[in-house]
Design a protein around this ligand. Structure first.
Ligand code: ADP
Ligand code: MG
Length: 705
């Protein structure tokens, strides 16, 4: 066995006589401070990280043969002496040729376009080549093989041509990384601990963790490479799911929330507040929420439903249930506009009620703010509406019973944990972004899920059209007719102001002038964007809501939550610049009343993906279908970054492609936490250690040594 480390005595005085995963890579043979720094930039600091620095591609060990054993159409590695070289540059396909010999014969090697080899290969050198043999004019010949010049640094073994191809860095090539990892693999027996017992591995056809690491770096064949990948993907997903399961367990069992009892009397009192009957879906969600809130384990539930499906009403039910049980409720939205919108609809439903409610905005300052905060702290206010800054700032509650977070899909597991810092209220997260099942199991994997599938009745259809430049004038005339019929329109732009580098992209501020002066001078056209002062924004929204503004020109600030049933036209400029989910959100602003609505996507694009997206939008109004399509087009990376969600990075698994493994990992992880919540039993010690490694102390596992 090669010794693993160069220096057995480390700077910090600790000894690494036995290799371990936490040993810094710096002490490995072939790595010094300089390379350690390059490794660090690749995210590799320890031997453990290095083992998880998986190849991006693999090569398989060729058969080593003598020249007279070479057979046409077989792949082999041959070692020979270069007898002569030649470069035929005048050919239509120039090639470089070398004749090599061993004690059994001579063979011709050809590299097409191999001019660069003139400096590398010379007669007298010994080289090893690996490739497929062929016949040329009845002579054996190898074309475009991989090769290496053998010298003191290169072992005379076809193993050189096998193993992983690593993602390389500027001053650290794949083969250098390979040479550093190889000796580490000799110590796998000590380095890698098994997680599961034999019976489980047999049942699930998972190979041992040790073999998985050996074969992922140095696969003997395709089949074993596939087995190695499967095992390592499973482990990665399993640890992630364990993290989620533990977090959920901790929350449920180590914190208590105010149980909110829902009597028939309370129920009917709340329902009287709504001027309509709740839909079947709404009732089902309310049933699930009330059951959760009735317990002292804090609720942690995601309420999912397409835009306009009636989530706000369900959330208000939960809010009033908390208030009926003498708890306070906080309702938080991502923007002030939305918070204001929520407050307004709450006001509408609660007219004449003695439930005390306030809206906290950034505009609220000084004495007034201080007084309000004092009142909230004293329990004198029941419902507080604001942005997510509410719980992060200086607002204190006396007895916070429920937190409602709207449109939280941009937040992750970590941020949700933050929301609970003050106390442990019940928590309801609302999202209008349909969450593909993959994400429901990962980024939202710590939540229970309720879904509103069908919107309330009486909604007009939305017709979506993709409009190209030649039809723009026609589109304006069509919109003019709608405006004349007293309907309102949104115009949404990708930017607030134009930039020179990107003159093609229309910007809200410029187009506002154009629309109000040149296109629709007879109508009232107003501008709304995120950089306007908060009071001005509120004023514009309020005018639009009252129908005093005909056309609202804006950026994506209207993306979420705004509810104006009389607005039946949505024009999205530069629609190819938006993601599908975002387009769907925007479109959800219309179609809220009974009248037919129109969504016009203005875009000029030749990009295949963009065209496919736009066509999808004109074809489908199903948010789930659109979200899955988006996920497939973009890959999970863009929608789902594990780090952003406070989960460890996935190095080998992919939540879309490996969905079956993900589902299995989730099942097993939650089962394990059910039977051994703190992972204290001896058989789970290795798993526990790996978890601590990945998540640190955030799971509270360290508390119980
Ligand atoms: P979301 O929050 O899911 O976007 P809202 O709760 O804001 O949806 O509801 C959208 C619109 O539908 C609102 O105008 C609301 O008054 C109305 N609405 C909600 N539930 C019902 C229902 N059961 N019957 C009729 N209209 C409803
Ligand atoms: Mg809403």
């Amino acid at each position: 066995m090669q010794s693993l480390s160069e220096k057995q005595n480390c700077e910090d005085g600790s000894r690494h006589d036995r290799p371990d995963l936490s040993m810094p890579v710096q002490y490995l043979k072939g790595v010094g401070p300089a390379r350690a720094e390059i490794f660090a930039r690749l995210g590799v600091r320890t031997v453990g990280h290095l083992l998880e620095y998986y190849p991006r591609d693999w090569m398989f060990m060729p058969r080593a043969v003598k020249i007279n054993q070479m057979r046409p159409n077989e792949t082999a590695a041959v070692i020979g002496l270069i007898e002569s070289t030649d470069y035929q540059s005048y050919r239509r396909q120039p090639f470089f040729e070398a004749k090599i010999s061993d004690e059994t014969g001579i063979c011709r090697i050809v590299w097409f376009h191999g001019g660069y080899l003139r400096d590398q290969l010379r007669p007298g050198q010994i080289i090893m080549v690996s490739g497929r043999a062929g016949l040329y004019k009845r002579q054996l010949q190898m074309t475009n093989p991989k090769f290496v010049v053998l010298d003191e640094y290169h072992p005379k073994s076809p193993e050189y041509f096998s193993g992983g191809v690593y993602p390389a860095a500027a001053r650290l090539s794949s083969s250098q990384i390979k040479r550093i990892i190889r000796p580490v693999l000799d110590n796998l027996d000590e380095l890698v601990q098994e997680f599961y017992d034999k019976a489980f591995r047999k049942k699930t056809s998972l190979i041992s963790r040790r073999d998985a690491f050996a074969w992922i770096h140095l696969p003997p064949d395709e089949k074993r490479l596939a087995q190695a990948k499967r095992r390592l993907k499973y482990d990665e997903l399993f640890l992630m799911q364990l993290g989620l399961a533990l977090r959920r367990f901790r929350m449920k069992h180590f914190s208590a929330a105010r149980p909110c009892v829902c009597t028939d009397e309370v129920d009917s009192r709340i329902r009287k507040r709504f001027p309509f009957l709740l839909t079947e879906d709404q009732n089902e969600c309310i049933g699930e929420i009330a059951a959760d809130m009735g317990r002292s384990e804090p609720m942690n539930r995601l309420l999912q439903g397409d835009v306009g499906s009636g989530k706000t009403v369900v959330a208000l039910y939960a809010t009033l249930l908390a208030v009926a049980n003498k708890g306070q409720a906080a309702i938080m939205a991502p923007t002030e506009i939305l918070a204001g919108q929520h407050f307004l609809s709450i006001e509408r439903y609660l007219k004449g009620s003695n439930v005390r409610r306030v809206l906290i905005t950034g505009g609220l300052t000084g004495r007034k703010r201080a007084e309000l905060l004092e009142e909230i702290k004293g329990g004198g206010i029941d419902i507080v509406v604001g942005t997510v800054a509410l719980l992060q700032g200086d607002v204190e509650f006396q007895n916070l019973g429920l937190v409602v977070v709207d449109e939280q899909h941009k937040f992750g597991v970590e941020q949700r944990a933050q929301l609970r810092k003050q106390s442990t209220p019940h928590c309801l997260v609302m999202t209008a972004t349909p969450i593909p099942r993959t994400l429901a199991m990962t980024a939202f994997g710590d939540l229970d899920v309720s879904v509103i599938k069908h919107s309330p009745p009486g909604r007009g259809a939305i017709i979506t059209r993709w409009v190209e430049r030649s039809d723009r004038a026609k589109a304006y005339e069509f919109i003019r007719d709608r405006l004349k019929a007293k309907k309102q329109a949104y115009f949404v732009y990708p930017r607030i102001t134009g930039v020179e580098q990107d003159a093609d992209v229309k910007a809200a501020t410029d187009e506002w002038k154009n629309l109000s002066q040149n296109i629709f001078p007879e109508f009232k056209v107003e501008l709304l964007h995120g950089r306007m002062p908060s009071a001005k924004k509120q004023a514009v929204m309020s005018e639009f809501r009252k129908g005093k503004i005909d056309v609202l020109v804006s950026t994506v600030v209207v993306e979420v939550g705004v509810d104006v049933p009389n607005a039946t036209v949505m024009v999205i400029e530069g629609a190819d610049r938006f993601g599908l989910a975002q387009l769907h959100q925007l479109r959800g602003r219309i179609g809220r009343g009974e009248a037919k609505s129109y969504c016009l996507l203005l875009a000029e694009t030749d990009s295949e993906i963009a065209r496919s997206r736009l066509e999808m939008m004109t074809r489908s109004s199903d948010g789930f279908e659109i979200a899955e399509h988006d996920l497939r087009l973009r890959g999970p990376g863009e929608l789902f970054s594990t780090r952003q969600h406070g989960l460890p990075d996935l190095k080998i698994a992919n939540i879309v492609d490996d969905f079956d493994l993900l589902a299995m990992a989730r099942r097993n992880a939650f089962e394990l936490v059910g039977s051994d919540p703190m992972l204290t039993s001896a058989e789970h010690a290795n798993i526990r250690r790996a978890l601590l490694d990945k998540f640190g102390d955030s799971l509270g596992l360290a508390d119980v040594a």
